[in-house]
Design a protein around this ligand. Structure first.
Ligand code: PLP
Length: 390
């Protein structure tokens, strides 16, 4: 099988699995305990925290373990909203966010908050001017993703943060698709909260973290025990956490080399796709993550592409993992101004450390064959103008 759905999830690295096995069979104690195997577990917990902190250039005491990226996003948004509701009730986010942010915002707007959704440019990028215009008295939080999960658009987080800092609002970024793949540094970044998820960078599913900058106070989401400095209750998922720590260590040590390797794959795939008649690349040529490429093959529906690729042993995705199987066109492509008809003919190819140039050739060959067998395309269905701002 050729796995090209790394933005949905990644294959666990073998040293990660080895690290996890120890906590399942050896040091299985509850890290809150006061005896030997609990102390060993606690040491493993804190080592993992420092490894995750090092990956994003933060201090270990700013890392709070969670159950997944979705929980981190929910906690950041609801935690800030309820802690600062007396200061204001306005939140800004973008139309391109993952549903873990969009649905949390929808819930907050039913519970007394107002949300403004910024529209991206035609590559899915959010610009600082749009953000500056949306800030107002009573804005308490801005949440803009670092890397978009469907098209790979890379937002300039320090530039966006600089706009927000003047207003006094807090800044959160969903960096689930960035951490472990491109350099992310919290030092002097201005970011107050950042979400990450282990299974997107070769650790197991069911573990994530929220970075909370020192001094920032947010309400709890999970009330319970005194874990995580008493603001995120629940016995730690030790195998997941130590696995994520090891993945963080390995990704940090090879970050630049691996990103360069993925850029080589990216360039090769783009060159091959350019030879396919009518194939549109929706991802920005350079302001994007190296491992995510979104394309449209006019006249070939996403379901048909996925089915044919699957038959050829290639795993890809039509949109985000969570919307796979849904027939609605991607909200991200629509917000970029892609017509509904073309959005329904799109594919996300996402690659990672286990992919090679041959995998890029295999998917390009198959798409080339598919392009010779298309349905008619409405000539008026090209791009619609993206909305500038809502
Ligand atoms: N945010 C982004 C950008 C994602 O791509 C995903 C997963 O697809 C999530 C959040 C949710 O992460 P998790 O699967 O760990 O809940």
């Amino acid at each position: 099988m050729i796995y090209l759905d790394n933005a949905a999830t990644t294959q666990i690295m073998s040293p990660v699995l080895d690290e996890m096995k120890d906590t399942l069979t050896g040091a299985y104690g509850n890290p809150a305990g006061v005896y030997d195997i609990a102390r060993t577990a606690h040491a493993g917990l804190e080592l993992a925290r420092s490894r995750v902190a090092a990956l994003i250039n933060a201090s270990p005491r700013e890392i709070y373990f969670t159950g997944c990226g979705t929980e981190s996003n929910n906690w950041a948004l609801k935690g800030v909203a309820f802690n600062y509701k007396n200061k204001g009730r306005h939140i800004i986010t973008s139309a391109t966010e993952h549903s873990a942010v969009l649905k949390t915002c929808a819930w907050l707007s039913k519970n007394g908050f107002q949300v403004t959704y910024l529209q991206p440019d035609r590559f899915g990028i959010i610009h600082r001017n749009a953000l500056a215009r949306a800030l107002r008295q009573g804005t308490i939080l801005v949440s803009i993703m670092h890397v978009n999960n469907e098209v790979g658009a890379l937002n300039d987080i320090p530039a966006l943060c600089a706009v927000v800092k003047k207003s006094g609002a807090l800044f959160h970024t969903d960096a689930v698709q960035a951490v472990g793949h491109i350099p992310v540094s919290m030092r002097d970044s201005g970011v107050d909260l950042l979400s990450l998820s282990g299974h997107k960078f070769y650790a197991p599913k069911g573990v994530g973290a929220l970075y909370i900058r020192d001094g920032v106070k947010i309400d709890s989401l999970l009330h319970g025990g005194s874990q995580e400095r008493s603001i995120r209750g629940g016995t730690h998922n030790m195998p997941g956490i130590v696995g994520m720590g090891m993945a963080a260590k390995l990704c940090a040590s090879e970050l630049q080399d691996e990103a360069n390797r993925l850029w080589t794959l990216n360039a090769h795939l783009r060159a091959r796709l350019a030879l396919i008649d009518g194939c549109i690349v929706n991802s920005h040529p350079s302001q994007c993550a190296p491992g995510i490429l979104n394309i449209t093959l006019p006249g070939v529906k996403s379901e048909k592409m996925l089915m044919r690729l699957d038959m050829a042993g290639i795993a890809c995705s039509a949109g985000s993992a969570c919307s796979a199987g849904a027939h609605e066109p991607s909200h991200v492509l629509i917000s970029m101004g892609v017509s509904r008809e073309l959005a329904k003919c799109s594919l996300r190819i996402s690659f990672g450390r286990y992919n090679t140039l041959r995998d890029m050739d295999a998917v390009a060959d198959e798409l080339g064959r598919l392009s010779k067998n298309r349905d008619a395309v409405n000539p008026f269905s090209q791009f619609t103008e993206p909305k500038i701002f809502v």
